[in-house]
Design a protein around this ligand. Structure first.
Ligand code: ADX
Length: 203
């Protein structure tokens, strides 16, 4: 990205992120769900959020479909626009974690380099990539929004998995086999993994 802002200085704060984490009683970090459309990203992000919320954590979900109605409403689905979409979400997630919030994001985020760019915004260990692994057949079979059908018919161009690529993570922190596992077992797997990483108090 071309940085165009000049003559700006970083403003110091009196309250630090650590102060906020102590007040909240938990660490803040980002859980970055990635996968094909229909692979279960949103469903799982919201289900994990519910579990964390019930246990007293401060959380927020940034969801692809919602963000594209506002923050990214001027972007389409070209490679460049997807990159800019992910950059914005990455920066928004960083602000939210600075505010002490456990941030869950649900975007296809199809390009490895873009996800790595976001990872680079965070201190080591605070970007947790969650790969929702389901085959195109499974996702297309679900076709909750009817968009795969439209893409096959040529009514939507650059549809991920059809005529635009999805680059699976090479070494994600968590892989969820969302084509076969139940929502509940995937949620438990995420929570257990977070405990192992020391990202949660032991409830
Ligand atoms: S991303 O590639 O930039 O990460 P994002 O997660 O924001 O995508 O948006 C994906 C959602 O937009 C899909 O779930 C689908 O509902 C809708 N969509 C519309 N057009 C496309 C397209 N060409 N490719 C993928 N998703 C699309």
């Amino acid at each position: 990205m071309n940085k165009k802002s000049t003559n700006v200085v970083w403003a110091q704060t009196l309250i630090t992120r650590q102060d906020r984490e102590i007040l909240n009683g938990h660490k803040s970090f980002v859980l970055w769900f990635t996968g094909l459309s229909g692979s279960g990203k949103s469903t799982l992000a919201h289900a994990v959020e519910k579990k964390l919320h019930e246990r007293g954590c401060r959380t927020f979900v940034l969801d692809g479909d919602n963000v594209r109605h506002g923050l990214s409403s001027n972007l389409r689905f070209s490679d460049d626009d997807r990159r800019e979409n992910i950059r914005r979400i990455g920066e928004a997630s960083k602000l939210m974690t600075e505010a002490g919030i456990i941030t869950l994001t649900a975007f296809i985020s199809p390009f490895r380099a873009d996800r790595e760019m976001v990872r680079g915004l965070f201190p080591h260990g605070e970007f947790v990539e969650v790969f929702c692994s389901a085959s195109l057949e499974v996702c297309e079979g679900r076709d909750v929004k009817g968009l795969y059908k439209k893409a096959r018919a040529g009514e939507i161009k650059n549809y991920t998995g059809i005529d635009s690529p999805y680059e699976a993570p090479v070494n994600p922190e968590i892989t969820l086999a969302t084509g076969v596992n139940s929502i509940n077992s995937s949620v438990n797997l995420v929570i257990d993994n977070l405990k192992e990483r020391g990202l949660m108090c032991d409830f």
